[in-house]
Design a protein around this ligand. Structure first.
Ligand code: NCD
Length: 313
């Protein structure tokens, strides 16, 4: 298989197990390029990629931009305050304008779940969801799978605890179906107030106790508390949350010796993870960031119809 089955990547439902394997294998070849002194390939020369980021972002936006530039595409960044949306332009009009400029691929981050789908209806460009509201963040799930596969040498059969703010997390919204597709076992671990009634995370096992779930985990994936999306504080205090749902040295010691810790960033040290754990070799957050560039290169390359074997092209 050398092509993706979908023109767009809006949610993990767009991707089959074969699609995921193709993306991860292609990303491996780009990861190798990212270790060279000269990191640029001519593959997407003459193609235009727009990063339309209407919600805050550091690593996702930068990593899409670096990915596009390493493939020699022309990458244009539009952020919330710099785009006409602050002047009241509708998303459809913004999309029509960008379409008229003949962009080939657009990455969109938006607070409205469904915004990337709207773009697919009014643009010819390929659309990649860079995070839409509380819905999905598929390239995050893909880079997480890439990181897990490298660290654990497999995906099938891994038990992955996803800990914390499931209710508001688009990261969980993509990671749960992604894990199910590759034959891993997602376990959602959260206080009852942060457990959602969301269909996209159904299919995961559910626990309200990190200490009870911990011994079975191969991976502990800690989510950021989404203060900006929560109405009021969904638990008594951050200290209380850290005590019951934070990853700390004592919990690391009680886990399987090869269990490792992940976090999508930005990390609240002392809340989801203690500072000691954040800096420990059992935490792979920087590997995740590193994987982000290779995986986004693979996604752009495959959507824009690159031929040949990834970095070899
Ligand atoms: C995530 C996001 O924005 O959804 N961050 C990211 O993309 N690295 C997770 C978060 O903000 O908690």
């Amino acid at each position: 298989m050398t092509a993706l089955s979908s023109r767009h990547i809006i949610s993990m439902d767009d991707l089959s197990a074969d699609d995921i394997t193709l993306i991860l294998d292609t990303a491996e070849s780009f990861a190798e390029v990212n270790e060279r002194r000269i990191k640029k390939l001519p593959t997407l020369r003459g193609r235009t990629v727009i990063n339309l980021f209407l919600e805050p972002s550091t690593r996702t936006r930068t990593s899409f931009e670096i990915a596009a530039k390493r493939l020699s595409a022309d990458a244009i960044n539009m952020t919330g305050s710099a785009s006409a949306t602050v002047k009241g332009e509708s998303l459809r009009d913004t999309a029509a304008t960008l379409s008229a400029m003949a962009c080939d691929l657009i990455v969109v981050r938006h607070s409205y779940a469904g915004a990337p789908h709207v773009l697919t209806e009014c643009m010819d460009a390929h659309v990649v969801n860079g995070g839409d509201g509380m819905h999905q963040h598929p390239t995050q799930a893909l880079l997480d799978l890439f990181t897990m596969r490298r660290r654990a040498s497999r995906l099938e059969g891994l038990t992955v605890g996803i800990v914390g703010d499931i209710a508001h997390s688009r990261v969980a919204g993509s990671l749960v179906p992604a894990l199910l597709t590759v034959g891993a076992t997602p376990v959602i671990i959260a206080p009852p107030t942060l457990l959602p009634a969301r269909p996209d995370v159904l299919g995961a096992e559910v626990s309200t106790s990190l200490d009870e779930a911990l011994p079975a985990l191969d991976v502990a994936y800690m989510l950021r508390i989404q203060m900006e999306r929560a109405e009021g504080m969904p638990f008594p205090s951050l200290r209380e949350y850290a005590r019951f749902y934070g990853m700390n040295e004592a919990r690391l010691a009680a886990a399987k010796p090869d269990m490792f810790v992940m976090h999508p960033g930005p990390m609240n040290r002392g809340v989801e993870v203690s500072s000691g754990v954040a800096d420990s070799p059992r935490t792979v957050v920087l590997d995740q960031v590193n994987a982000g560039v290779a995986v986004r290169m693979a996604v752009m390359y495959l959507l824009l119809g690159g031929e040949g074997g990834g970095a070899a092209a």
